[in-house]
Ligand binder design. Structure first.
Ligand code: SAH
Length: 328
């Protein structure tokens, strides 16, 4: 019998080390190049607001194929050459296989296994669909207590497990409700909040999950683009869970950072000019490619597609002005 978070960490480490995850799912930077481009411009505006520190770290957690960073750097090179000259690219990636793909797209990067190993100094840190891969624990309301979910012989099993980490019973939880905790994500939020508060900078998370914490079992496995049993074949499917943005925001505020969002991804990207930039790019392309670009932008931004469930959350040095896209 294994605790769910231990199982999930083991399964995902094996999965990312041995699979091409993009055979099983796709992500925003793979859907449209404009996603990474507008995030590059977002980073450039924040760099100006930070007082143009030189050098500055431009870091990304879980960069996948390196597409977001490559698109961001291309946009930065064309409109913010001084920022391009000042920035040093740092990538946080545990999978050797994905590191090799990233090196092909972003040759001048430096790699780290963990965020804590980033060198000190002002930083702009991006993370798209990174937190959803981090291991969660699940608790089920049974009577007057939470039972914890474990994995045994390819199945989820419940055990009454009153431990120091078990959450308190909230007033509105009913029998059978599932709640999830993700301590690694909260630790990352606190760590980055302390970092940007002490060294300057800003961190941006884009991921899927509700704006308000709510009960629900969000553990999901994708195999070949199809939902699969998360427990059946560890290492063969990508395991993810919804990100609890409200909990991240609380952890970051407690650590001293200014918190912006969570805000729906569609609103955030639209305010950053996703559609204007897509339109300008589309005009230079043959009709079929132009139509595909517009459709890709709609997929990222429409509320009933990726624009609603996905959220943007920024943790910033308290003296920085409102980062672009988060204006009330
Ligand atoms: N951001 C990319 C990839 C998302 S998939 C995109 O948008 O396409 C998740 C990424 O996080 C992969 O690169 C995976 O190898 C990495 N990853 C997962 N768990 C990690 C961990 N604990 N530490 C560092 N990287 C991790």
């Amino acid at each position: 019998m294994e605790r769910l978070d231990v199982f999930m960490a083991r399964a995902n480490a094996a999965y990312y080390a041995t699979h091409d995850p993009y055979a099983d799912f796709t992500t925003s930077p793979e859907i449209s190049q404009v996603f990474g481009e507008v995030l590059g411009l977002w980073a450039a505006i924040n760099w100006e607001a930070m007082g143009q520190p030189d050098p500055v770290l431009l870091a990304e957690c879980g960069p996948g194929r390196g597409t977001l960073m490559a698109d961001a750097l291309r946009a930065i090179t064309s409109v913010a050459a001084p920022f391009r000259a000042a920035l040093r690219v740092h990538l946080i990636e545990t999978s050797p296989r994905l590191r090799a793909l990233q090196a092909a797209r972003v040759p001048d990067a430096t790699w780290h296994d963990a965020l804590a190993n980033l060198p000190p100094g002002p930083a702009i840190i991006l993370a798209n669909e990174f937190l959803d891969a981090l291991p969660i624990r699940q608790y089920v309301r049974r009577g007057e207590a939470w039972a914890e979910r474990f994995v045994a012989a390819g199945q989820a099993v419940e055990h009454p497990a009153p431990g120091p980490d078990t959450p308190a019973i909230e007033g509105d939880a009913i029998e059978g409700d599932v709640i999830e905790t993700c301590k690694p994500a909260l630790d990352i939020a606190s760590h980055l909040a302390r970092r940007v508060t002490h060294h300057g900078g800003i961190a941006l998370f884009l991921d899927y999950g509700p704006a308000e914490s709510a009960p629900g079992n969000s553990l999901q496995a994708l195999r070949g683009g199809e939902p699969a049993n998360p427990f059946a074949a560890p290492g063969e499917a990508d395991l993810t869970a919804h990100v609890d943005f409200a909990a991240l925001a609380r952890a970051a505020r407690a650590a001293g950072a200014a918190v912006h969002g969570p805000l729906a991804q569609g609103k955030f990207l639209s305010r950053l000019g996703l559609f204007q930039r897509t339109g300008r790019l589309a005009r230079t392309q043959p009709p079929a490619r132009a139509a595909a670009l517009v459709q890709a932008a709609q997929r990222l931004a429409e509320p009933d597609r990726m624009g609603g469930l996905f959220k943007a959350l920024a943790l910033a040095h308290p003296a920085l002005p409102m980062p672009p896209g988060f204006e009330p």
